[in-house]
Design a protein around this ligand. Structure first.
Ligand SMILES: [Fe+2]
Ligand SMILES: [Fe+2]
Length: 313
């Protein structure tokens, strides 16, 4: 990434320490200095699936509508949970997950299911086992930066204004700083995914509008949008139905915002009969309807993207 991201708000760790102030430019040097100055603060890693009630909660979400079809193949799901069981994250990540669980149940649930769904797709697209393990670490950590966003913004039930939208967008830069600090490595896929999961393949995303070209981040980006559509949101009490959500994903892939092959893989998992991804035919016909209480309506069909709202026109 050539352009340096600028922090518009401070980034605070769970222990209250301000890691970087508002106005900091996230150059390689600034991040390297943060890591160097905090080199004595190292964090033990813990297995995600052994922490609190995460395993039970995730099992319940995966086997409830609308996800039960995706996770209906016993062998595939067993292999996925074998991968998930190995995934470890630095201890402060769990303080943040607990914060979400206690204060923002939507984000808690979202983080868990994006962990499982993105890891499922990662197994199809990433062959190298070390890379796959890092991808699985990145999946639940993608929205960690929301810890730095006021709950009043995260849980707002009406349309976000421009200023609030900018505050929400801060979660990408904040997540990058937090995860670079936790892992002591700004190149770790978890840090990169936190920063880039709202970027798009055609450069239409944020925070920088760069063209996404990273398989791990592309997978999380697709799963992130999908879950945001099919879940109830504070600002949209009715979830998208599965057909309409998949049509939105198809539309995004068709206009080059997200990767076609990953979109097809997700669609394939939602079908009774699964085929090899290159053979997965997808219609561009639109028959679904977004929920009538959807506040965010963009100019395109994929109007309701969670952290990328477009005000009604
Ligand atoms: Fe996000
Ligand atoms: Fe997300």
């Amino acid at each position: 990434m050539t352009e340096a991201l600028k922090l518009h708000h401070p980034v605070q760790a769970p222990n209250g320490k301000v890691l970087l102030p508002a106005g900091a430019l996230l150059t390689d040097q600034v991040i390297a200095e943060l890591i160097h100055s905090t080199r004595h603060e190292t964090f033990g890693h813990m297995k995600v699936m052994q922490y609190g009630s995460i395993a039970d909660n995730l099992d319940r979400i995966c086997h409830s509508p609308p996800y039960e079809k995706i996770f209906s193949d016993p062998a595939r799901t067993r292999s996925l949970f074998t991968l998930l069981a190995q995934v470890e994250l630095p201890a402060p990540v769990f303080e943040i997950i607990d914060f979400f669980k206690n204060n923002d149940p939507y984000t808690y649930r979202h983080v868990l299911i994006v962990f499982a769904l993105s890891s499922l797709l990662a197994q199809d697209f990433i062959e190298d086992s070390h890379e796959l393990h890092c991808a699985a670490q990145a999946c639940p950590a993608h929205d960690l930066g929301k810890f730095c966003i006021p709950l009043a913004v995260l849980k707002k039930t009406t349309l976000l204004g421009q200023a609030e939208r900018h505050v929400l967008e801060h979660h990408t830069a904040a997540g990058y700083v937090l995860l670079s600090y936790f892992f002591k490595n700004p190149q770790h896929p978890a840090a990169v995914t936190a920063r880039d999961h709202h970027e798009r393949c055609d450069g239409s995303g944020y925070p920088l509008g760069t063209q996404l070209n990273n398989r791990i981040v592309e997978i999380v980006a697709v799963c992130d949008v999908f879950d945001a559509l099919i879940a109830k949101r504070p600002y949209r009490p009715t979830a998208y139905d599965l057909r309409t959500a998949l049509e939105e994903i198809t539309d995004m892939a068709d206009r080059g915002a997200i990767a076609w092959d990953i979109a097809k893989a997700l669609i394939n998992y939602n079908r009774k009969v699964r085929v090899p991804i290159p053979k997965c035919a997808v219609s561009l016909e639109k028959r679904g309807k977004p929920p009538s209480d959807n506040l965010y309506r963009g100019t395109g069909a994929s109007s309701c993207i969670p952290d990328d709202p477009v005000e009604a026109k």
